[in-house]
Design a protein around this ligand. Structure first.
Ligand code: CAO
Length: 262
């Protein structure tokens, strides 16, 4: 007797879908040529120059949990005086205090590349998203201002920026800048140095995330990321890291920050 073999399974394939019907061609518009003017044209020049700088990046996260509690109460006091107090004035003052320890980051390299000019003033540029585009007005002599005075000047610059009226008085003389891209979104960025400055920082969005405390307990933390870019011709990674660590310490332990305020 021959062995009985099962017949092969019958596989039925679903019918193929019909080929797509060619879409009716829609009219295509014409390309447009728009000449760059004003701020947009200046940005092409400045950013092309900036990319000649051999730059490096340095990134860290800052625990602003304590600072956020402090800012909440200071914000109410500032509001009574008609001033909006965001994190920026506090961040800027902490930068200025750290620059006092690391003045090389508030310097510039002269055109010959033979001299470093240490700038006496901390004119801190704040990248601003204005109706005219990206502008970087600066707050002058932050080393001599209180956090409240910085907030007041930032409020003024924001209002002038919104009105499209920022001029050379506000835009020239920046010695170091910071870009709060987190006000719009995102955590990390790669900011581009504004020549002739030697460093710039970008701040990400403050987020509530899990972290471990010193006793290993899982806690809710308010974390802000920072991305620094520095000119590697004159700044080394160790200087950037030490500067960033000091700045981070001020923001993470506001009571120590208070002790160092001038
Ligand atoms: N994380 C969480 N909250 C933030 C935040 C951040 N990174 N940045 C701002 N906020 C909060 C502020 O604390 C404030 O909250 P309250 O209402 O509770 O006070 C609110 O958002 C509005 O802040 P703001 O944007 O008006 O003020 P600011 O001082 O923080 O920032 C400015 C001012 C001018 C930096 C910002 O408005 C801006 O234009 N950012 C864009 C910068 C940019 O385009 N960078 C890219 C440059 S490279 O192309």
């Amino acid at each position: 007797p021959s062995p009985t073999t099962a017949p092969p399974p019958v596989t039925t394939r679903p019918p193929l879908p019909p080929p797509p019907v060619a879409a009716q061609a829609l009219p295509v518009g014409e390309d447009r040529v728009v000449p760059l003017k004003g701020v947009a044209k200046a940005m092409v020049r400045a950013m092309t120059e900036a990319l000649q700088i051999p730059a490096f990046g340095y990134y860290d996260e800052i625990d602003v949990s304590q600072l956020s509690i402090l800012r909440k109460s200071l914000k109410q006091v500032a509001e009574q005086r008609g001033i909006q107090l965001s994190y920026m004035p506090i961040i800027l003052k902490a930068i200025s205090l750290a620059l006092l320890q690391y003045p090389m980051l508030n310097a510039s390299l002269d055109a010959s590349g033979d001299n470093v000019i240490y700038k006496a003033s901390h004119n801190l540029g704040v990248a601003m998203d204005t109706p005219e585009g990206l502008l970087v007005p600066n707050i002058k002599n932050v080393q001599n201002l209180s956090i409240f005075e910085i907030a007041s000047e930032l409020n003024r610059l924001q209002a002038v920026g919104l009105a499209g009226k920022l001029g050379p008085a506000e835009l020239s003389g920046t010695t170091f800048s910071i870009s709060n891209i987190g006000a719009i979104g995102g955590t990390y960025a790669r900011p581009v140095i504004l020549p002739p400055n030697v460093a710039i920082g970008a701040i990400g969005k403050i987020q509530t995330v899990p972290r471990f405390d010193s006793s290993g307990e899982l806690i809710k933390s308010q974390i802000m990321n920072v991305s620094w870019t520095a000119d590697h011709r004159v700044i080394d990674g160790a200087t950037m890291a030490r500067f960033s660590n000091l700045w981070k310490q001020y923001l993470e332990t506001p009571d120590m920050f208070l002790l160092s305020l001038k």
